[in-house]
Design a protein around this ligand. Sequence first.
Ligand code: ATP
Length: 573
Amino acid sequence: MIELSQQQREIIEAPLNPMAVTACAGSGKTATAVRRLAAMRKQLNDRHGHVALLSFSNVAVDTFNRDFDALLQAEPGSKRAGGVEISTVDAFVTSNIIRPHGHLVMRCSRTPFLVHGTEPFLTNFSVWDGKRPQPTTALQPVVVKGEGLQFEVGRAKTVVDRKTATEAIKKLAGVGAYSHALGNIWALKVLMNQPLIRRALARRYPHILVDEAQDIGKLHQLILMSLQGAGAQVSLIGDVNQGIYEFSGATGAFLKQYADRDDVDVRTLETNFRSVPSIVKIANKLSGRDDKPERTEPEISSGAYYFTYKKEEKNSALKSFAALLGDAGIPADDAAVLCRSAKWADDWAGGEDDQGQGVLRHFVDSAIQRDKFGRFDEAFKLCCAGVIGLLDDNHGDLLSDLVSRSRDERSSQMLRRTLWTFVKDATAGLPSASLIADTAWQPALLLRVEAMLAMLSAEYGLKTRGNWKAKLARRKIFNRPLIQPADLVGEDVPKFRVSTVHKVKGESIRGVLYICNRSHLDEFLGGTTTEVGKIGYVALTRARDLFILGVPATNIGEFAPKLDALGFTKAGK
Ligand SMILES: Nc1ncnc2c1ncn2[C@@H]1O[C@H](COP(=O)(O)OP(=O)(O)OP(=O)(O)O)[C@@H](O)[C@H]1O
């Protein structure tokens, strides 16, 4: 059991008022939030009201659930209290607003369902961007100050004529479908048009506590403020320096502005329990904060270092990292190589050449996720997308039912189980990615998928599309395995978890190697004023004991003096 700090205790025990907690990295937001949740529930004198603790990832929600249960178990005689809900912001909005009430504003005659963009029936739903048709599901709503909603599409963020976009969105809504981004618009519309629903929700959730509040985007902000307008009290806890979702409109501004309101109780968490002092010191310099490290510097080599690497000699960089971990007594499975982008992470994990196209590509990627990375959840999602691509158009809503973890009907659960069995079983289900793709993997896939589709039709009445075999034809499939078997690599290269920084947000990792290019480094050193600067800050503050910065060999001359001045040590000195 941890001993709470005074700042943590004061937050947990504060009266039931709206609160804004700005906290530093590693400050124990998780422990504080679950205890605050329990304390709020105890204080709440309302049998029908629920206290909601919301965050932004399933990983965070799982952690909260686990810690909350552990907390209750530690209290003699207590069991999981009612009146508490822990979920993601999206799941909260979906289950409380979109699914039960969305049809009122979407004007559809069924329960609305989320589409992922890959469902074949979506080819009937496009929007003209002024030059070419684009998928309606690619529309991104952006709230523009003074102008309301604007819709952008594509990498170039082309602004689509508002009337054209609205018509396309309504057409999609007419069949009950909404994309992740559009769902929030419908939720907001329900709250704005239906005051009774708004008030009922505020009565059901009189207190809403949002973790990772720097990631609240404009539409989520409007949804929360609408509930607050109807009587709910909203509290926020977060760290603006870790706002790494600016690209999706989450600037951290809401958390900052909220703390300025007179009716909001403002608190701070300023002790870093995670990292050794030398890492906290650099984090302070980058963020302009003055957080206190709780830990003392261990005797064994720890802290913040840099070394150079060459892109074409990745293995040698990984070996150097392994050696530094060895010196610090950190096992490889408590270490990670972090990159700014998914493409880089793929490269550093020994990325595979692209194989497969269209629907077949989903199965290729599914096999790679399962066999190379052991990511079964991801493999399952991709496999579902592949199967849906082989079914008739009118099964458009199946994918969201299958992938979501929401309470589904029995038949849907059985279907999930059938597909899970297919994904897990490399001998009778999704073939092993180590098979030669064109002569062994694809033919096996075809046979096994055929058997599965026959079963889906017999057991669940799911109709297969006429040309399904053509969708699994050998297009862009080559005479080599989907993944290089480890024993073919030939060199004794240490295996590390390789990830984007975004994927490890919220985690503590003993040893971190953050691979940078020149511009990542430049922004890292510029502090937490830019998005890439914040990404570097998140990478740094994941590290408990050892943080290594990988600097391109060609840029070392320029950066070494700056890194030395910041408190880094050159590795091997
Ligand atoms: N009062 C405490 N005493 C000792 N350790 C603590 C205390 N509070 C939290 N911790 C520990 O600090 C570490 C960091 O906590 P946590 O992961 O919740 O940080 P966080 O605030 O969510 O950080 P970040 O935003 O950087 O992800 C955890 O190992 C946690 O157990």
